[in-house]
Design a protein around this ligand. Structure first.
Ligand code: SF4
Length: 361
């Protein structure tokens, strides 16, 4: 994690802050109310920073309108157009994704002056798909080196202009290219926060595994200050997947950890169906709670004895257990109600729209 501490509208990034979970608005800014509804839904899921594509000056008022109402700090993605960066900063957007290598120096100087005046953060970065043949040649054909070098070039441009509130990002659809480029950047520039992600990682199972594989390799080395699990899914799925990953690595504890068995010939209940039935009870449970759903009472409570509480299939329906100790047996009809009562007595409800906390946060 980076040494430097940045703030985007009060959200600390780097400098010991928990790894932040990001997503991106997936609808055009012109659909104001739909954008705001998506922001609110994402906030409920725990999203902490939200990127929004800002492709045209015509959308300036829409961006401003959303920024004034969004419960999540926004980052405007202006691609290569410096005029859009200036418009976004004027609209009060607290962070901008730019590519300083594609702007004239006078335009860049204006952006830097405006960003300083507004206390805005600039995210710079390169994407494996947009590396030029010149950049690749200079890196001896090693794509990860070329990716890191492309980010370095942008960083030096901003540092030369006297601007340091910078988040770096190097992304590719290749897991190993992304991992190597980010490892290189983190070792050379430990001061600057890194945004990590596998770009266009796909959808469903493959997309999740690809993102998790790449980001785990980085997070396990302590690399990454903000992340996005980029998926061809609803943006809430990206956020929930981000927290699942951070929970799996013991980095953050937003939401309930589920333990469930794969089932085998001993199973007495349809574990998957029971999980789906009980899932609504999980939403309001305190962060960091571990809940188990196991197929049988013979091995379930023992195998899941680290869980705070759980259920396991039994001859009469299901047993409810706590830290491996069976407390009572209920019928499957009674299970959702009893489970809900049990869950509620297991701790304070998590208030809506709050983010989880890391250990020591
Ligand atoms: S808990 Fe029971 S049903 Fe589930 S895998 Fe273990 S033995 Fe099989």
């Amino acid at each position: 994690m980076s040494a430097k501490r940045l703030f985007i509208k009060g959200l600390q990034i780097g400098g010991g802050a928990p790894v932040r979970v990001e997503s991106m608005l997936k609808i055009p800014l012109s659909l104001r109310e739909e954008c705001l509804a998506q922001c609110i839904a994402l906030h409920g899921a725990g999203c902490e920073l939200l990127r929004a594509a800002f492709p045209s000056l015509d959308l300036r008022e829409d961006l401003k309108w959303l920024n004034e109402r969004s419960p999540i700090p926004l980052m405007a993605d202006i691609h290569f157009d410096g005029a859009l960066a200036l418009a976004a900063l004027e609209a009060g957007i607290p962070s901008i994704r730019i590519n300083p290598g594609n702007m004239s120096s006078s335009r860049l100087r204006d952006i830097v002056a405006s960003a300083k005046g507004e206390n805005a953060v600039l995210r710079i970065g390169a994407n494996g798909g947009s590396l030029s043949s010149t950049q690749l040649k200079a890196a001896g054909g090693v794509r990860s080196d070329a990716l890191a070098a492309a980010v370095e070039d942008q960083l030096h441009i901003l540092l030369t202009e006297g601007f340091e509130d910078i988040i770096l990002s190097a992304k590719s659809t290749s897991v190993m290219e992304t991992v190597r480029a980010n490892t290189l950047l983190a070792s050379k520039y430990p001061d600057f926060p890194l945004h990590i992600g596998i770009t266009e990682s796909g959808y469903g199972r493959d997309g999740l595994v690809k993102s998790a594989a790449g980001l785990s390799l980085l997070l396990a080395q302590g690399i990454g200050d903000t992340l996005r699990i980029s998926l061809t899914e609803k943006p809430e799925e990206e956020v929930l997947a981000g927290y699942s990953l951070l929970r799996a690595l013991d980095l953050r504890f937003h939401g309930v950890t589920i333990v469930s068995c794969p089932t085998c010939g001993r199973r007495r209940i349809d574990v998957r169906a029971i999980l789906e039935k009980l899932e609504p009870s999980f939403v309001d449970l305190p962060d960091a709670l571990t809940v188990a759903v196991m197929g049988c009472e013979v091995n379930g409570p023992r195998e899941a004895m680290d869980a705070d509480f759980g259920v396991a299939g039994s001859p009469g329906g299901a047993v409810i257990f706590k830290k491996g100790k069976v407390l009572r047996e209920v019928t499957l009809e009674e299970l959702p109600r009893v489970f809900d009562e049990f869950a509620r007595s297991s701790g304070e409800k998590r208030p809506n729209n709050t983010c989880g906390h890391s250990k020591g946060e």
